[in-house]
Design a binder for this molecule. Structure first.
Ligand code: UDP
Ligand code: MN
Length: 334
């Protein structure tokens, strides 16, 4: 029989060889492979090279080795430390990039959330760029007046109030499509769509702009895929039995053409479900996840871009750019 210390040494040698092979082949993303042996999404970009982000600025995918910074289809995942904010801002100021922000404040959500949302957006959202806020509400007279920064404007658009909160949430897809067709496409290159029940607490800047931008859900990004709450009902258009990530519908965006494709497709899925008398598990979010699985986003935002203090502190979350507000479902929903 072999002495025990020799067997141990042999096991350690094998382990180190495998780890070395993984690190040289996949770089820092191989860390995820070891983390609970989750099937790994391999970054196809060459190790060590900075990524030129379209025309916007450089992203250093290897500035963060503690998190996944790149998807297997080559889209960057944006984390603090990967970019120089001043370079992005300078380039977008020169181009005078115009950004639309859509937000819905229907029923009791208006009083509860809208003002802090808008005031904090003035402080942190795309500062220095021309921004138009599109506020959709059933009660335009109640929109608070707000002094906006230079080049920033606000438009109020009246919408009918749906009876069920699920429909308020889902029908945003239709309203956003119509608003892009009607106003936004003349005025802005990019559109970002937000839930109102959140508050900006840190820079949410031009590094977040991209063709098609999706957000990793703070509750699921570090969990194995088996926990993702996709829609598993084959009767729904949102049905999926596998996916890449679990995206959060509280923030999505991109060039208006891409956002329009997404909102239109989700709306069609929602209407088809209504015809078939089914509803996806997480409503518009389930349809959004299905769409983004079939049409990969070109940029992914880390949960630093929408964190929940309910989760508390995690070492990989270095900044809080947007925080969930307190949920008050009982008081606010019908
Ligand atoms: N919303 C609204 N009034 C409602 C229900 C929803 O204005 O009665 C809008 C609001 O912008 C809200 C978004 O739809 O942030 C999504 O709903 P909610 O935030 O309740 O969903 P959750 O974040 O819990 O998934
Ligand atoms: Mn919300």
């Amino acid at each position: 029989m072999r002495p025990l210390h020799r067997t141990k040494g042999f096991v350690i040698l094998i382990f180190c060889t495998v780890l070395g092979l993984l690190m040289t082949t996949y770089g820092p993303n191989s860390i995820r492979f070891l983390e609970g042996l989750i099937p790994m999404d391999v970054c196809p970009l060459p190790y060590g090279r900075k990524l030129w982000d379209g025309t916007d600025g450089f992203l250093d995918l290897w500035a963060r080795t503690d998190v996944q910074t790149c998807t297997y289809w080559g889209a960057p995942i944006i984390w603090e430390g990967m970019f120089d904010p001043s370079v992005f801002d300078q380039l977008h100021k020169e181009k005078s990039t115009r950004v639309a922000l859509t937000v819905f404040a229907v029923g009791r959500y208006l009083d509860a959330y809208l003002l802090p949302f808008l005031m904090s957006a003035e402080q942190y959202f795309m500062v220095g760029l021309p921004v138009t806020y599109y506020v959709f509400t059933d009660y335009p007279e109640k929109i608070p007046s707000l002094k906006l920064g230079q080049g920033r404007t606000l438009e109020v658009i009246q919408v009918a109030r749906e009876n069920r909160w699920q429909d308020v949430s889902m029908m945003r897809m239709k309203t956003i499509t119509d608003a892009i067709d009607g106003h936004i496409h003349h005025q802005c290159e990019y559109v970002f769509c937000f839930d109102v029940d959140q508050i900006f607490t840190g820079r949410f800047g031009s590094e977040a702009l991209g063709d098609s931008v999706a957000l990793l859900h703070s509750f699921y990004y570090h969990r194995p895929k088996m926990f993702y709450t996709y829609d598993h009902n084959p009767k729904s258009e949102a049905y999926m039995d596998k996916g890449d990530f679990y995206y959060h519908a509280a923030v999505f965006g991109g060039r208006w053409q891409k956002v329009r494709n997404l909102t239109e497709a989700c709306y069609q899925g929602i209407m088809k479900d209504k015809e078939n008398e089914v509803e996806a598990l997480w409503h518009d979010e389930s349809h959004l996840n299905k769409y983004l699985f079939l049409h990969k986003p070109t940029k992914v935002l880390s949960p630093e871009y929408c964190w929940s203090m309910f989760i508390g502190h995690r070492n990989d979350i270095r900044v809080h750019r947007l925080l969930w507000a307190q949920k008050q479902y009982n008081a606010l929903r019908n």
